[in-house]
Design a binder for this molecule. Structure first.
Ligand SMILES: [Zn+2]
Length: 261
């Protein structure tokens, strides 16, 4: 569905899981024409005998939740998410059921398992199909566009890297991201993501000196491969890397300036 997501992505995938009883993951769009298209698709499923049990959210970002209230009301069902997601959606989306790490969702031949994967967002959940070992991956990875870890919105690079490692340990058959087509080489994609982050961290570290500098001053040397138009986005990710380096004891923060420890 077309959503207000981060370019170059323009759409968010909505997954409908199960047979007989189904759940709709990330009813995403705030746009009327897109919502109408999803309504129609869901109506066709219901007419064919499927029962929609609930809506499920991977995380709280606007390009994942903006159709949830509309569709939940229309179908008369509840919305399920992690409690950290529910807390961030208070007043916008009424989350009526909480899923925690390891919880089973009874959809499909062997059910799905919720996997708590914070980092991109504090309440991020992935959903593992026990029958196929395919993983609904939310915004852990993308096949179109990039994943932002934004400290101002609960993003945490240490947690994100740990969650990538959790996914890697699954040896998943497929990753089904929220943005872009399915990813067949799950392990290759996850290895690439970890490598990409660690390379960036090395560049951020190399840009630091004993002279304190602001995030804005650190962007050009840490992101030589990025066009200046994207510097504001890069600055958000750079801050996430700096906070990780600080926690690792390799960087020091002095108000809004950063230097080597
Ligand atoms: Zn997101």
């Amino acid at each position: 569905m077309r959503t207000p997501t981060l370019p170059p992505a323009t759409h968010t995938n909505v997954y409908i899981i199960g047979q007989g009883s189904v759940a709709i993951v990330d009813a995403a769009s705030p746009y009327d024409d897109e919502r109408a298209a999803l309504d129609e698709a869901v109506d066709a499923l219901v007419a064919a005998g499927e029962r929609v049990v609930e809506l499920v959210l991977t995380h709280h970002h606007v390009d994942h939740v903006s159709g949830a209230t509309h569709l939940a009301r229309r179908l008369g069902v509840g919305v399920a998410a992690h409690r950290e997601t529910a807390a961030r959606l208070k007043g916008r989306v009424d989350v009526t059921r909480l899923y925690d790490d390891g919880e089973r969702l009874e959809y499909g031949p062997r059910g799905f398992r919720a996997l708590f994967t914070p980092g991109h967002a504090p309440g991020h959940l992935c959903f593992v199909d026990e029958a196929s070992n395919a993983v609904i991956a939310g915004d852990m990875v993308a096949s179109t566009g990039t994943i932002i870890v934004e400290p101002d919105d609960g993003g945490d690079m240490v947690q994100y890297l740990a969650s990538l490692a959790l996914l890697r340990a699954l040896d998943a058959r497929w990753l089904l991201p929220a943005h872009g087509p399915p990813i067949a080489d799950a392990n290759g994609k996850l290895d690439f993501y970890v490598e990409h982050r660690l390379k960036r961290e090395a560049r951020v570290f190399a840009a630091l000196s004993h002279e304190p500098r602001t995030v804005e001053e650190l962007v050009p040397p840490a992101y030589p491969d990025v066009s200046p138009a994207l510097y504001p986005l890069a600055a958000r990710s750079l801050l996430a890397h700096l906070i990780k380096l600080e926690r690792d004891g390799r960087a020091l923060r002095d108000h809004d300036r950063w230097r080597l420890s």
